[in-house]
Design a binder for this molecule. Structure first.
Ligand code: 3PG
Length: 217
């Protein structure tokens, strides 16, 4: 479902900014602030009534950003984010109904996994890029490396989210298991409410200054 081109784009980007936007007018300035700091991939969480409008605006106005949709919990949300132009979708859990809807609509989709059972369900539904969530409270990098062992021959790639910060992103990104990492610390809800684009740009630049380069591209 993730094309080689999209996989390479995420791998090169290294960081995914997770955002929750209430007011679609904030979408483009946030995207531009992240871009100015070097972050080129965003996951916009579908937890607010106008999230899909925010996706649509970024897709239309900031072409350098690869905009994905997060917190996709059902097939209806798949429809909505595809219509808004999302480049990929992510979920906190592994719901076969949602995954199948994404496949039907050609939306590259990374379901959330934290256990071996989750991964088996994802595999049964042809997913090869998986969100490891919630990364830190599930056991962090040590848990991911152990969890990945029985599936290593299948070439799965993981996107750890949940508790990632400048303090731990390097550990994850140095592993070939990890495609990219993401988090909400880059553009916090409070900064967006205050329209503090400079803080968001600075957070992005600080994080990008320490990310290890992707090994496989
Ligand atoms: C989420 O979906 O909220 C993310 O995984 C972000 O987690 P974080 O707030 O710990 O970065």
């Amino acid at each position: 479902m993730f094309t080689p081109e999209l996989t390479t784009k995420l791998e090169r980007a290294r960081l995914v900014a997770v955002l929750t936007i209430e007011d679609p007018d904030d979408a483009v300035p946030v995207a531009r602030a992240l871009l100015a700091g070097g972050v080129t991939v965003m996951e916009l969480a579908c937890r607010t009534p106008r999230a899909t409008e925010a996706i649509r605006r970024i897709r239309g106005e900031v072409s350098e950003i690869t905009i994905g949709a997060g917190t996709i919990l059902n097939p209806q949300q798949v429809e909505a984010v595809v219509a808004a132009g999302a480049a990929f979708g992510v979920a906190p859990g592994c719901n076969p109904r949602t995954i199948r809807a994404a496949q039907d609509r050609g939306l590259p989709f990374a379901p959330g996994v934290a256990t071996a059972t989750d991964i088996e369900i994802a595999l049964e539904n042809q997913c090869r890029v998986l969100k490891f969530f919630p990364a830190e409270t599930s056991g962090g990098f040590a848990h991911l490396t152990n969890l990945a062992v029985p599936f290593a021959h299948l070439g799965l790639r993981y996107i750890p989210l949940g508790g990632i910060s400048v303090g731990n992103l390097t550990t994850y990104l140095e592993s070939p298991l990890v495609l990219c990492v993401g988090g909400s610390w880059l553009a916090k809800v409070e900064a967006i409410h205050k329209r503090d684009w400079e803080t968001i740009r600075r957070n992005a630049a600080e994080a990008m200054s320490i990310v290890p380069t992707a090994r496989t591209t």
